[in-house]
Design a protein around this ligand. Sequence first.
Ligand SMILES: [Zn+2]
Length: 454
Amino acid sequence: MKTSALRRIALATGCAALTAGVLPATAHADGTTVERKLLPVLVEFTDSSFQSPEDVKAGTPDSYFGSGKDSLASFFSEVSRGRYALVPAVDEQYVGPVELPMTAAGCDHNKINNLTQEALADQGLVRGEDYESLSITFPAQKTGCDWAGLGKVPGPYTWINLYGTGSGLGVLAHEFGHNLGLGHQERSMCADGDLVDCEANGTSAKSVMGGGGTAAGFSAPEMIRAGWLSGSEAVEVTASGTYTLRSLHGTGDGTRALDIPMGDDRLVVEYRHAAGSFDEKIEGVHAYRVPGGNYGSSSLIDLTEANRTAGNDAPADADAVVSLTDKANEVSVAVVSSGDGQARINVNLDGEDLSAAEETAGETAGETAGETDEETAAAPAPEHTGTDTDAGDGLGAGTQAQSGDKKPVTAAEADEDLAATGGDSSTLPLAAGGAALVVAGAAGMVVLRRRKRA
Ligand SMILES: [Zn+2]
C-alpha cells in the first residue's frame, strides 16, 4: 500500500517528517560501507533570494562534507563507524543557487523538488545516476513553511527552509535520519516496572531523532534499522542468560545491543557511555520497544520518574534501566552491573521475574543474526503520491534554531512548538513498515508530554 502524508510533528530540532511507502524490514549489517552520492542544491524563487548568497555558498560544502566534526558526512561516518558514507555527487560539492520558475509562497515542497530536478537535468545531472540523495536548500523568508527541515521517510529527499546562512548539523542529521527510515523516537513511561502499563510521554533524548541532539547519535534500534550493527553486535537473544554489552558508540568489537523477542514486538537493550563525539551526557542501560519489528519506530522504555531530557540537568543515568518485566510475554531483564564502558545483563525468557540482579549460570554466546538487507541504507525513492495533506510543523521564524544540539530546547520551548501543531493525528498513514508510528508519536507528544514534569 502506498500512502504518504506530511505530518505536523515538532521536535527539539524543529523538523517535519514526510512519511511514504513501505519500510523494508530491519537488517543486520555485514560491515560493508554503503556509499551515497549526495547533491546539495541551493535554489531560489522568482520573488525570493538568499539574503547572503555568498555566505550560503561558502558554507554549504563544509556543512555537508567538511572534515570537521560538525559536518553531516563526518557525523554519519562516526556514528555508523564507517558503514555509511555521504560523498559529494559533484566536484564543487553543491549546485546553485538555481532560480526555480515559481514563487516562494505556499511552501510547495513537491513542486520545489520537481522543478529542482528539472533544473538539474538541464545541467546533465540525473537522479539515480549522478546523484542518489538530494538536499534542497531555499530561502525561508517568503515560503511560509513552518518547518526548518523536512525529510522523506525513507527516501532520498531533504528540504531545508533556511533563514540564516547555513543549516546546523542538528537539522541536517535529523532529516537524513528520516531518509534512513527512522521516525521520531518517543519515550514510553511504564509504571511499576511492568511493560503492560505504559504511556507515551515526550521524546527519548537518546537520539537525534528523539530530541537528544547530535551528541546522542542514534539509539540501538535505529542503528539496527540503518544496518550499522552486525549480527554479532546486535545479538538476537533466543535463550535466557547473562550477556555483556559494550557501549553502543564505543570502539572495538563486541556486542552492543540485545534484540529480544517480546510477543509481536521486540525489546532492544543497549548500554550507553561517553565515546568519541557521543554520549557525553548519556550513561547506563536503556531499553526500547520495537513495535511489530519496525526498528525505525522504537520508543524508549522509561521506568523512572526522572523525566530526563536533553535539556534538563538530571544525571546522565537518571533514566537508566535497573530491571524490567513484561509479564504478558514472560520477558524479564535485569542489569547485573553497569559502568566504565561495559554492562552485564540478565535476560530471562521463561517467565521468571528478574527483579534481583543476580548473575545467572553461564555466559550465553550470541547467535549470528539474519541476512543483510541492503535496501535499508539504500532505500528506494518513494514517490510522492499526491496525498500529502498538510505542511509540516516544528519551527516558525522565531524559534528557528541552528540545531537542537547546540542549543538544547527546553521542555517548555518544546511544548510551545508542539502546542502549535494542534495534535493533528487523526489519520494515520498505513505504511506497512511502521511509518504510521511517526504520527502516533506526534499525538503522544502533544497530548501527554506535560505529564509528570518536574
Ligand atoms: Zn523529524
